[in-house]
Ligand binder design. Structure first.
Ligand SMILES: *Cc1c(COP(=O)(O)O)cnc(C)c1O
Length: 429
């Protein structure tokens, strides 16, 4: 496969963009090699600058749940753009977007639009602090809630991929208000809460973790957090930036039957445009300005092009009832195919999946927290990644990321992927 243009573009990019990329995990730094520069994408396929085609399992890190350049979304943006790209004043479309989200997501009376998942999570933490009058919060090792200072403590995603233990620029003062526990360790959370009685505003969690590979909550874990939050006056914040509108129309709250006090969205909610949101019950959300004094704002928040893109996608997700079952079936088909070839290969592996999220860890032990994800043979994953890329399958370039299954994938695409896995395993072992 010739990737000469990507190589040229990457050396040019490094002259004017830090590391040649505008977000670190794109750089292929941990898997090695040159990141591919993309030209266009349609359905399940991306085409790089050299014209090579790849079956895409990143899907823009989530938004493209129905595939790239989804026709109704493209048309909606085209129809809207001539009316101006931004007003800085309210529009009816923002009400329609809020009403649509409320009709899909549980426990959302009020919802504020922002421009990224990072903004959504940092605003939710500020609100939880303002609402409870407490400063500290608990996050889990290997969970990623965006790049706001307070979250860059034992974070997942690129922070884990690049093994950054302590992020320069995050002050000790900020970091000391972020308490961390191992995912799935309810006893550790209870001990932490007991040690910081009446100091903790919230627990924020990815209800299904996707930033250390895919890791599922063990039975009782989220229920235990819910009970603890109720008993201790803390808010339970579900970071559904990845799981929202993906695991079900109402996200992980609906799929796992747990109620959150605040919920954050990103990724799917914007259909690939820069959108995030945070919402929750009225008695909490009414503390946000201009209703209350917890200040939060954005020049481009609720941007009309971003809103029409997200609105159009969410409406499709709401109105196609068989869609989530179809995604589950595709994931199950892929998982079974992967299981077969991995078993034939005969080396240790773990597949974790739920809904349209899946990951493979080359691990002998179950992978249920960051320590077990990190203990896997991730050097082997890096070789596997390149062997798959050579066969036209674009996986996330790190074992600490989740594969996203889109509804645009055909059975033939899944079969191609399974065959590529069999060939790649034979090549790397
Ligand atoms: C991607 C992600 C974020 C950050 O969203 P950005 O839009 O990249 O700022 C936050 N939380 C989770 C769970 C994510 O997966």
């Amino acid at each position: 496969m010739i990737q000469a243009k990507s190589e040229q573009l990457f050396s040019r990019a490094q002259q004017s963009i830090p590391g040649g990329v505008n977000s670190p995990v794109r750089a292929f730094k941990s898997v090695g090699g040159t990141p591919l520069f993309m030209q266009r994408a349609e359905g399940a396929y991306m085409y790089d600058a050299d014209g090579n085609r790849y079956i895409d399992y990143i899907n823009s890190w989530g938004p493209m749940i129905l595939g790239h350049a989804y026709a109704p979304v493209v048309k909606a943006i085209q129809d809207k753009v001539a009316d101006s790209t931004s007003f800085g004043a309210p529009t009816e479309l923002e009400i329609e977007m809020a009403e649509l989200i409320k009709s899909m997501a549980p426990n959302v009376d009020l919802i504020r639009m922002v421009n990224s998942g990072t903004e959504a999570c940092m605003s939710a933490i500020r609100l939880a602090r303002g609402y409870t009058g407490r400063n500290k919060f608990i996050k889990f090792e290997g969970c990623y809630h965006g790049h706001a200072d307070c979250f860059l403590v034992k974070a997942g995603s690129g922070v884990a991929t690049f093994n950054i233990q302590q992020v320069p620029g995050v002050t000790a003062g900020v970091a000391s208000d972020t308490l961390t526990c191992a995912y799935n360790d309810l006893d550790a959370v209870k001990a932490l809460v007991a040690a910081h009685k009446d100091e903790i505003a919230a627990i924020i969690i990815e209800p299904v973790a996707g930033n250390m590979g895919c890791i599922l909550p063990e039975p009782g874990f989220l229920e235990g957090l819910r009970t603890l939050c109720d008993a201790e006056g803390m808010l339970l914040i579900f970071d559904e930036v990845m799981t929202g509108f993906r695991l079900a129309p109402g996200g992980a709250q609906q799929r796992l039957h747990i109620d959150a006090d605040l919920v954050t969205y990103g990724k799917v909610i914007g259909a690939g445009m820069p959108v995030g949101a945070f919402g929750g019950r009225k008695e909490i959300m009414q503390h946000i300005a201009p209703l209350g004094n917890v200040y939060q704002a954005g020049t481009l928040s609720g941007n009309p092009l971003a809103m029409i893109a997200g609105y159009t996608l969410l409406k499709e997700l709401k109105e196609q009832p068989g869609l989530y079952a179809a995604l589950d079936e595709k994931t199950a088909y892929l998982r079974q195919g992967l299981d077969t070839v991995l078993q034939q290969w005969g080396q240790p592996y773990v597949i974790n999946s739920l809904g349209s999220m899946l990951s493979i860890h080359f691990s002998e032990q179950p992978v249920n927290d960051f320590a077990s994800a990190a203990a896997a043979n991730n050097g082997r994953f890096n070789k596997f990644f390149h062997a798959m890329l050579c066969r036209g399958v674009y996986l996330p370039p790190s074992a600490f990321e989740t594969w996203f299954i889109s509804n645009a994938l055909s059975t033939a695409d899944l079969d191609h992927t399974i065959k590529a896995v069999a060939e790649s395993l034979a090549e790397i072992s």
